[in-house]
Design a protein around this ligand. Sequence first.
Ligand code: HEM
Length: 298
Amino acid sequence: MVLSAARQLSKQAVAFGPFQHATRGRGTAIRAALVLSIAAAAYYRPHFLFGKDEEGDAVGAFIAGLPEYSATEVGAHDSPEQRVWVTYRRGVYDITDFIAKHPGGGEKISLAAGGSIEPFWKFYQQHGKHSTRAMLESMRIGNLKQSDTIAEEHLHDPYRREPERSTVLKVHTQKPFNGETPVTVLGERYITPNEVFYIRNHLPVPDIEINDYELEVSGLGVEKPLTLSLQQLQDQFPKHCIVNTFSCAGNRRMDMEAYKHVKGLEWGAGAIGTATWCGAKLVDVLQAAAFDLNKGAR
Ligand code: HEM
């Protein structure tokens, strides 16, 4: 079922590639590319840890005595054959041996090969943890020339347009936003109020201009590719509503910890909620696109 737009926008945990998300007012079609990021759960122990304040720690600071490289020299190391180097602030790192161990996948981390990881880490702020930053520092090989560093004001914050959220939610992380419904609130009514429904995000909320929104239906088995505006989705297909309970797969992970260490956000029992979900049925949209299951099936 295609969720009603308002609910979908306020709740979506859809992951867009760093430069694929839409910018307001551009007038271009928005392609809703769903990228399911499954972080491999390889456990990696950092060689050493740094101070408490993540912004104030030593990661990426100049280290006297290390060789100095220019951005051009770093840029030449953009493949395993040349060894893969990246930069963070004044730091130069050789990440070649870490690529296969990266919990977010080798393909993603390789996007930064030969350049700075700062724009990517602004986007994927899961990397703010000390353990992760220390992991990076353990791969340090040199200093980046001062004149080649990226000024903070040139790194725009992809989270600057996040919606306001209820302060009732029990927050686990702010960027990306992850918060659960307090259990006492959950028990008050059958339908969980929208503003206190749990939110599970991996990335910023996509910045969608509703008038520019387009859903593209194409691919294997689709005989009549379609491009639909939100208005067309709402006007051309019957609206169906169902009451359904959604639960995050990590709900009650905190309790699981009592038995065994489980990697991931430590949710309590509130990453669950019941709502009335309304919208066009996916089957109706696929029928309009003359989808042939036999041609589409692999
Ligand atoms: C040497 C540099 C890097 C290190 C040490 C590193 C480390 C990590 C770690 C420890 C995680 C797991 C985070 C968690 O679950 O709490 C992670 C996840 C991830 N990383 Fe990296 N990373 C690096 C570079 C990058 C780059 C450059 C990108 C993107 C271009 C990237 C994209 C991701 C993504 C998409 C995830 C999964 C996030 C999620 O599903 O919630 N990483 N990385």
